[in-house]
Write a new protein. Structure first.
Length: 764
């Protein structure tokens, strides 16, 4: 998280609306002796993508003349701003006064202090999440704390914990009728944890809270606000909280929080919502459907495409579909309007929200990559918007997936796609021959030749920074430490190379599930750096890079390494042979189902190729960067897509499309349920330390402990088999226990029945 990138630093130009409406949301802000920060609050509100709001500012007896001048001037800038003055009574009563001044049309109230800011999509996401969950009363988001202290506030919400500690931010969207029902804030004293008490009052009244996992609310830390004063006044401030909490049961209401896997089976729903319809932007609008925004080759391709298309010609909107903490979300937000759908709506509502974005933003092109849900929405969306072209991009054919990865998804909806693109000719051949996708074409991803320029880096200084020996030949292994990348094989190759040439030192930059194995098996000839964001520094201090992956498209690390003038030893999986040859490195053939002897031969081939490249390093280095500049740069890639978008937009306007059902999307919601379940669980375990499948189950923790130990030896597939056995054994034992319980009951019932029969006979 870059805490310097808070929202509201500048105004965003929005297109006009076709449909106007009375305010649905009232933003209520108490103001007291505020500073220049309120300008950022103003801009963050005016930047909202959901336009049907009013901003009610309550001047709570502010005493500073300059503060009053600032807020009065701001209040005159937009017809949606309403400005009121009261005597100083504290934020609680100021908010209650603001609630009393909301419009009759107001359905929801959002609380925002005059020095805090919100992401441009905040109101839209919160409106959608409450409208699609009619049983929920109020919703809040993950909180980014910035200013004097910087940290992310994201906690798993339970009623038990909420009674002990306030986990809900004051900037929440609440149903107005529910606020009025519980008497709003209702605390006359100042510095009294008034928002915490409000949430408890709502919960006590049976109102459900909803937690959105996207970091949309930014809380400015100054150490001087009402919260700070309440903490100092803790004993007195707790009296209302303690009184309200005592009547609340730990299971008082169900809490809805994201991400969540929702129903196993579902169909698309309809909602009665008040939604905007914007006029066409003068630029072409591209909607991107991606799984997430993480640190990976495919994700950086997505980002590079967006940032390199002409900004005066294109407008970008990104929708993601898979639970993730999205570490590079802010990088996308620099160029695009971003919505992580998994953070605020259920999968079944992806279709509705995507449909809404296409319609309201007047989308010109839909671009899909690496998301099952994105692919299986295409038939329905194409039937509704027949003149909009849908294109997709495939990075590789996954040989470890029975469905062969996203190539199968593309095949399933190929008749609705205008174009299919892939990153290398090897994948192109598979798409055409194995999947029958004749309209597929290759567009190489390339790399940023300006960023990855060896002239910009001091090799010796970087070696010192990372504590790397200066008298060694450095070979780097830059990748995610997972099955696909075969780090266990890399370590064995490296050790054999060192037996023949001890001048070589190996640098490993990456993280992943096989990290424990790597740590346990490397020696003094290796340096494990973990995840490194500035990978260009790793290439700059390297003499060679290494890739023995089991499957690839065309590895981003290969592009980047060559751009830095660093030769590459690589597998020939995927399209690596289209970039790597013996003039810029070395290739070794990947065997899909090797025997023990073949596998041994493959390892030896890597050893020999590595030693050959070491002998010719100076000669090969001269060729590397030249090859990238001649045909593999990101600017060339962006220029090709710029032409493609122009072509497909013109072509699609004259095509006719037959009616199509939505069955394929509903099938996708069901088919990929297990996969989504796993991603959701991973999110909670990694980010919040919560085990959703069994939060209080000691067996679950035992499973994970065993799996970690087994995976440390590189036995990933074996660990899966062990875990499946343990799960099956657990289910069997539970069924046996249940069967035994029922048998005992049946046995006793049998005696009772026999007794009644005998008694009946004797009586007669």
């Amino acid at each position: 998280m870059d805490y310097q990138k808070w929202p509201g630093k500048h105004l965003i130009k929005r297109t006009k609306l076709f449909n106007d409406h009375e305010p649905i949301i009232s933003i209520v802000s108490p103001f007291y002796n505020g500073g220049e920060e309120v300008e950022e609050t103003y801009r963050s509100i005016m930047n909202q993508t959901y336009p049907y709001f009013e901003w009610i500012i309550v001047n709570d007896g502010s005493t500073k003349e300059k503060s009053n001048q600032i807020i009065e001037e701001i209040s005159k800038r937009d017809h949606r701003i309403k400005y009121y003055k009261t005597k100083n009574k504290g934020p609680s009563l100021a908010r209650d006064y603001g609630i009393s001044k909301t419009s009759k049309s107001t359905k929801y109230v959002f609380f925002l202090d005059c020095d805090d800011v919100i992401n441009p999509t905040t109101l839209e996401c919160l409106y959608w999440t409450l409208e699609t969950h009619k049983d929920a009363s109020f919703a809040y988001t993950t909180c980014v704390n910035f200013g004097s202290r910087e940290f992310l506030w994201e906690k798993y919400l339970t009623i038990e914990q909420e009674k002990e500690e306030n986990l809900i931010t004051v900037s929440s969207l609440v149903k107005k009728e529910d606020l009025l029902e519980v008497g709003c804030f209702g605390i006359k004293e100042k510095s009294m944890y008034e928002d915490w008490n409000l949430w408890l009052k709502l919960i006590r009244a049976g109102k459900k809270p909803l937690r959105v996992s996207a970091p949309l609310f930014w809380y400015r830390q100054t150490g001087k606000g009402e919260l700070s004063r309440a903490i100092k006044n803790n004993k007195n401030a707790m009296k209302y909280v303690t009184e309200t909490a005592k009547d609340i049961k730990d299971d008082q209401v169900e809490i809805i929080q994201y991400p969540r896997y929702g129903d196993d089976y579902a169909t698309c729903k309809s909602y009665d919502m008040i939604l905007p319809d914007y006029e066409k932007d003068e630029r072409k609008t591209i909607l991107y459907l991606f799984p997430w925004m993480v640190v990976g080759g495919a994700d950086f391709f997505n980002l590079d495409l967006i940032k390199r298309l002409p900004q005066d010609k294109y407008r970008h909107i990104v929708l993601t579909t898979t639970p993730s903490n999205n570490p590079i979300r802010q990088s996308f937000e620099d160029y695009a309007e971003v919505y992580d759908m998994s953070s605020f709506i259920d999968r079944v509502d992806y279709m509705n929200f995507t449909d809404y974005i296409i319609s309201s933003r007047k989308v010109d092109v839909v671009f899909v990559s690496n998301t099952e849900y994105g692919y299986y929405m295409i038939p329905h969306l194409k039937s509704k918007y027949p003149t909009i072209p849908f294109v997709d991009y495939i990075h590789c054919v996954d040989i470890n997936d029975p469905r062969r990865g996203f190539a199968r998804c593309s095949k399933d909806v190929t008749e609705y796609l205008s174009r299919t693109y892939c990153c290398n000719n090897a994948t192109l051949k598979e798409l055409k021959e194995e999947f029958g996708i004749d309209k597929a074409e290759t567009i190489y991803i390339g790399t940023d030749e300006e960023k990855f320029d060896p002239e910009k880096y001091d090799k010796e200084a970087l070696k010192e920074k990372y504590n790397i020996p200066k008298d060694k030949i450095i070979i780097s292994f830059v990748c995610r430490l997972s099955d696909q990348k075969r780090p266990e094989m890399f370590i064995e190759i490296a050790k054999r190379v060192n037996k023949k040439d001890n001048r070589i030192f190996w640098v490993i930059a990456g993280d992943g599930p096989l990290m424990p194995y790597v740590k346990a098996n490397i020696d003094d000839h290796f340096k494990l750096l973990g995840m490194v964001k500035e990978t260009e520094e790793i290439y700059a201090m390297s003499d060679m890079t290494f890739n023995c992956s089991s499957f690839e498209g065309l590895a981003l690390t290969s592009y980047e390494s060559l751009a830095m003038g660093v030769p590459v030893i690589s597998t020939d999986a995927g399209g690596q042979a289209e970039l790597i040859d013996d003039t810029v490195g070395g290739l070794v053939h990947y065997h899909v189902h090797p025997t023990k002897d073949v596998f041994e031969s493959e390892i030896n081939d890597y050893v020999e190729e590595t030693l050959r490249v070491v002998r010719h390093l100076d000669e090969l280095k001269k060729n590397c960067r030249k090859k990238i500049l001649e045909g593999f740069t990101l600017n060339l890639m962006a220029k090709k897509f710029d032409k493609i978008f122009d072509i497909v937009i013109k072509e699609e306007k004259n095509k006719k499309q037959a009616p199509i059902s939505t069955a394929s999307y509903e099938l996708a919601c069901e088919t990929f349920n297990t996969l989504y379940f796993n991603y959701t669980n991973d999110y909670y375990e990694k980010n919040l330390g919560v085990y959703l499948t069994a939060p209080k189950n000691h067996h679950q923790r035992l499973y994970r402990h065993i799996r970690t130990k087994v995976e440390a030896f590189g036995a990933v597939n074996e660990s899966k088999d062990i875990m499946e056995f343990l799960r099956s054994a657990k289910r069997t034992l539970k069924e046996f226990a249940l069967c035994l319980k029922k048998f005992c009951r049946a046995f006793i019932s049998g005696f009772k029945l026999l007794y009644k029969l005998i008694k009946s006979v004797v009586t007669k």
